[in-house]
Design a protein around this ligand. Structure first.
Ligand code: IVH
Length: 686
């Protein structure tokens, strides 16, 4: 088969499986099979760069806009929705609609569609000739921001519309495949699962947590790095088609529009229902007020829309809202309970957070006995005190929050809460830089910190010491056998076997696991140390760049900042960790106990798939973040060969800045040329 046909065949299959997985939520193949398919397409396209098309599923991540997002005007304003909170308000809406249409009291009932109101951010997509050309946020409704580079990485959004099977011949001229331009509007959102993952990662790197999936989705859409956006896993649902000026609607009803959008391959929230008369929708509104808890995404109401598009056009809009739709908003769920006490918690990296211990109370189907109070300022702002009766709320936010005290019920003689000056776990004096709001316990050996930091050190994504979980780390600390990470590497089999629920066999097994962890790649240690702002990704970037802990220790904050994905805040955090004398002693002790500090011998064998087997690479010029040695190690680790000169047999030339004659020769011989990001992408090292 010629390369173009093979590429097209692979693209069709990848698109089909993306649609099954991301839109229909019904995958037909395993993730690994899908990855293999995508990889095969990437490899083939890398070998035939001239055949790469912008709507290929490999082309989701492209360049980011260098100077931020460009503001663009919407073809038609993106309106907001009027709200209703009661059934009476919904009846009043129906009456307004009927009056607006000049309907008599005894005229037949109107047909409405009820859809879930997705709690995300609105998005307008433009497809030209069926290809995605633009994605714009709502902004102020008149102008939004062009976020095309981020929209392209949302895998539920097709880069190319599917054939509409329901197409009628007379529609042909207006179909997306036939020289048309069409705008499709909807809501981008982050699923609850993706939101939890994002916040867990942010907790690990001590970045401020997102309060709810909506904020996380909006924050993500504003991110300037499409790769980071891609990792977050945004999704979207669509519900509106805007046709160019002068053209009539493609369909007669809203229900048909939703079906058309789905036939184009875009995700449509499947729980929409059509109903005669407004009364028939009360049940849906009531049902979703509780059933929404079981959905995979947040919804804050039900949107009720007139089904007949010709009647909609007759009603028109106000400056802000369409007259043909209304959002029934669910009430925020609140409860009153007694705040027994305000306590503080100390996190893995020393952050001290106040929280409320509550009389347990049932709210939105779960028993709540604690609520976060965020920080000292937040407690002062709300003036909540021990013994207060407080209102707690679970609105859009996942963690219940304290709305405020019920002042009439405040016990006499209560006093405002004061932040402790010493750590309740180790008595060290708490500190807080002037410009920050968070107090910290700086004692790296504080038991409150060590407990969690040791669990993190041993965890799967850090040193990956299997069997060293919460219960054993607790015992090791309580028995005094471990006072810092380096002590782990001095434990004997006897000591481990002597712990509760351990025996000789499990002791020996754990000792072997600890021993094995000494040979981990350097990024694992960097991640395991619990340096502020250092997650798995930045640890890998640092290890890739410096190759060893001693080289990192010698680097200035400025040099650390040069590493891709590492900004000044992260660089400062790394520097201040490495400069702290206790930490320097710790690193020396870890090295003395044989923990690997240098990524010299890169792993080979089964863990590194030999995807470059049989391929020859030539490296020339200066690569932005990799040394020649790094690039050679990466290629050879994956089974490729590195040669010094370009010939017809060369598979790829890897070219950096100031590449000279080798680049020229590769161009003459039509050898594919890769820059550093392309090499990393080909290696699956994104
Ligand atoms: S229809 C002109 N339908 O809610 C009609 N909006 O509060 C425009 N939203 O700006 C909106 N789910 O971002 C509609 N099923 C849905 C929706 C929905 C979420 C958002 C949308 C809109 C906001 C208004």
């Amino acid at each position: 088969m010629d390369p173009l046909s093979e590429i097209e065949r692979l693209r069709t299959r990848v698109r089909h499986h993306e649609h099954c997985y991301y839109v229909l939520d019904a995958p037909e193949i395993t993730d690994a099979e899908f990855d293999r398919l995508l990889k095969a397409l990437e490899t083939l396209e890398a070998a035939h760069p001239d055949l790469v098309a912008p709507d290929s599923p490999t082309q989701r991540v492209g360049g980011a806009p260098a100077d931020g997002f460009v503001s663009v005007e919407h073809a038609a304003p993106m309106l907001s929705l009027d709200n209703a909170y009661t059934e009476d308000e919904l009846r009043a809406f129906d009456a307004r609609v009927r009056r607006g249409l000049g309907m008599a009291d005894d005229a037949p009932l109107l047909t409405y569609v009820a859809e879930l109101k997705i709690d995300g951010l609105s998005l307008a997509l433009t497809y030209e000739d069926g290809r995605l050309v633009r994605g714009v946020t709502r902004g102020d409704g008149i102008r939004g921001e062009d976020v095309t580079s981020n929209v392209r990485v949302i895998r539920a959004i097709p880069l190319r519309l599917r054939e509409d099977q329901r197409r009628k011949p007379q529609d042909e001229s207006r179909e997306p495949g036939a020289g048309s331009r069409i705008e499709i509007r909807g809501e981008a959102y982050l699923s609850r699962q993706a939101f939890d993952r994002v916040n867990r990662e942010r907790e690990e790197t001590e970045e401020p947590l997102f309060a709810n999936p909506r904020n996380a989705a909006a924050g993500t859409m504003r991110t300037l790095d499409p790769k980071a956006v891609s990792r977050r896993g945004l999704s979207a649902f669509f519900y509106q088609v805007v046709v160019p000026d002068g053209a009539g609607p493609l369909d007669a009803t809203h229900a048909a529009t939703l079906e058309r959008i789905a036939a184009w391959g875009l995700p449509v929230e499947p729980h929409w229902e059509r109903c005669e008369g407004i009364d028939g929708l009360f049940d849906a509104c009531r049902r979703w007020a509780t059933a929404r808890r079981d959905l995979a995404f947040d919804t804050d109401g039900v949107v009720i829309k007139l089904d007949d598009l010709a009647l909609r056009a007759k009603l028109g809009t106000t400056a802000k809202f369409p007259r043909w739709a209304i959002a029934f908003k669910f009430p925020a769920e609140q409860a009153a309970t007694v705040l027994r006490e305000i306590r503080v918690n100390v996190g893995r990296t020393g952050a001290v957070t106040p929280y409320a211990v509550l009389e347990p109370v049932l709210l939105s189907g779960s028993t709540i006995s604690m609520a976060t109070l965020h920080n000292e300022q937040e407690v002062a702002r709300r003036d909540v005190r021990d013994g207060d009766t407080v209102i707690i709320e679970k609105g859009g936010d996942v963690i219940p929050k304290v709305v405020g005290p019920v002042l009439e019920k405040r016990p006499p003689g209560s006093t405002p809460w004061v932040m402790p000056t010493a750590c309740p776990f180790c008595d060290s004096v708490l500190s807080k830089p002037e410009e920050e709001v968070v107090w910290r316990c700086e004692n790296a050996s504080c038991p409150a910190r060590l407990r969690r930091s040791l669990e993190h050190f041993a965890s799967r994504r850090a040193m990956n010491i299997e069997g060293l979980g919460e219960s054993l780390t607790g015992q090791l600390l309580e028995s005094g056998l471990v006072k810092d990470f380096a002590d782990l590497y001095a434990l004997s089999v006897d000591q481990l076997a002597g712990l509760e629920r351990m025996g000789r066999k499990s002791g020996a097994k754990l000792a072997a696991e600890i021993e094995r962890s000494k040979t981990n790649e350097v990024w694992r240690l960097l991640h395991a140390l619990g340096i502020r702002h250092i997650g798995e990704g930045s640890a890998q970037a640092l290890a890739r760049h410096f190759g060893s802990i001693p080289r990192l220790q010698e680097a200035s904050a400025g040099a650390i900042e040069q590493v891709p994905d590492v900004g000044p805040v992260v660089a400062r955090a790394v520097r201040s960790f490495l400069d702290e004398p206790h930490n320097q002693a710790l690193m020396a002790r870890l090295a003395a106990r044989g923990v690997r500090m240098v990524d010299d011998a890169a792993p080979t064998g089964p863990e590194a798939p030999q995807i470059f087997a049989g391929q020859t690479f030539v490296i020339t010029g200066t690569l932005p973040s990799m040394s020649r040695e790094d690039a050679t190690a990466l290629i050879t680790r994956l089974g490729g060969k590195v040669s010094g000169s370009v010939s017809r047999k060369t598979s790829y030339l890897v070219a950096g800045a100031d590449a000279g004659s080798k680049l020229q020769k590769a161009q003459e011989l039509a050898v594919p040329i890769l820059d550093e990001p392309a090499l990393r992408a080909l290696a699956g090292d994104l």
